[in-house]
Design a protein around this ligand. Structure first.
Ligand code: FAD
Length: 266
């Protein structure tokens, strides 16, 4: 297999993505899994260094133990590499607000250090070149009282459980909010343009197609209700886009990363 001619992806988990039923064909790339050597978490004053394979929740908890506030990472599933690549965030904080630098390996094997500015962060976006692998990230965290930070994280977990289908199999928010903001808690977070409310208004809360379903609890979560194939999930997503286009005149954009050949229309 010619390495350079293939796309490759790095990551630890499979959250936030939908792999096509045929995605694992060898000619569609390889997946790099970062193992134990990449999950260190170290502290130096207000600097927190975390390996790319360290789980977001673990980093948040360990930082809180040290009296450092990276609580926004607590409820985000996945690991630091994916969080940095996607500029993950919630409850008003994003990776971009805390990142000092990242260490990466380029496709031709060079080790590089990139600043927060180099990463060109946007909404669920960074400019990390295709094929570069993040190995660790350095964050700056505000100081806080450990007990208060742990209480804040408990509160965030409770808020998630109350509003999202955290026990179901999902890839997270399925579509971007049309205004481009999601769970930021900021003033520009316009509620009338939330993807979930458009899907709800189109009558698709709890709508089912094959094994796929739009969650009853939060209609912007596409869930695998019962042995859903990728084709079920993608077809339901496309149906939702079509119905929202018809009912609201707005074009929903997928937030979930879809990998592999598009599923045949189902
Ligand atoms: C239930 C649920 C709730 C969610 N809630 C939120 C939320 O509130 N806020 C939010 O921002 N996101 C949320 N997400 C999506 C979340 O951003 C991603 O799931 C997570 O941050 C990505 O991390 P991961 O380890 O799963 O990355 P993956 O899904 O494995 O990868 C994501 C991308 O990053 C790349 N990548 C991963 N690791 C590396 C690396 N080491 N080097 C280079 N590239 C890499 C992958 O190739 C891929 O392009 C949610 C997802 C789910 C399932």
């Amino acid at each position: 297999m010619s390495w350079r001619s293939r796309s490759f992806r790095s990551g630890l988990s499979d959250r936030g993505r939908l792999e096509s039923d045929r995605a694992r064909r060898r000619d569609q790339g390889v997946v790099i899994r970062l193992g134990r050597g990449f999950n260190e978490i170290a502290f130096d004053g207000e600097r927190v260094t975390a390996g790319a394979a360290a789980l977001d929740a673990h980093v948040a908890r360990k930082a809180a133990d040290q009296g450092l506030d990276l609580t926004f990472l607590r409820t985000i599933p996945g690991a630091i590499g994916g969080a940095v690549r996607m500029n993950a965030g919630c409850y008003g904080s994003y990776v971009a607000d805390h990142l000092l630098e990242v260490h990466a390996v380029t496709r031709d094997g060079r080790e590089v250090v990139l600043s927060c500015e180099d990463m060109g962060f946007g909404y669920r976006h960074s400019n990390l070149p295709e094929g570069w692998v993040l190995t660790r990230a350095v964050f700056r965290a505000e100081k806080g009282d450990p007990a208060a930070l742990h209480a804040k994280m408990e509160d965030q977990l409770a808020r998630r459980d109350a509003s999202q289908p955290t026990k179901d199999r999902t890839a997270g928010s399925t579509f971007r909010n049309p205004a481009g903001f999601s769970s930021t808690g900021r003033a520009d977070d316009t509620h009338e343009l939330k993807a979930w409310s458009l899907i709800d208004a189109a009558g698709l809360r709890g709508y089912r197609l094959g094994g796929a379903m739009m969650s009853e609890k939060h209609p912007n979560f596409l869930i695998n209700a019962e042995n859903a194939t990728a084709a079920d999930l993608e077809s339901l997503g496309e149906l939702v886009r079509e119905r929202v286009r018809a009912s609201a005149g707005l074009e929903l954009q997928w937030e979930v990363i879809r990998i592999g050949e598009p599923s045949p229309a189902g």
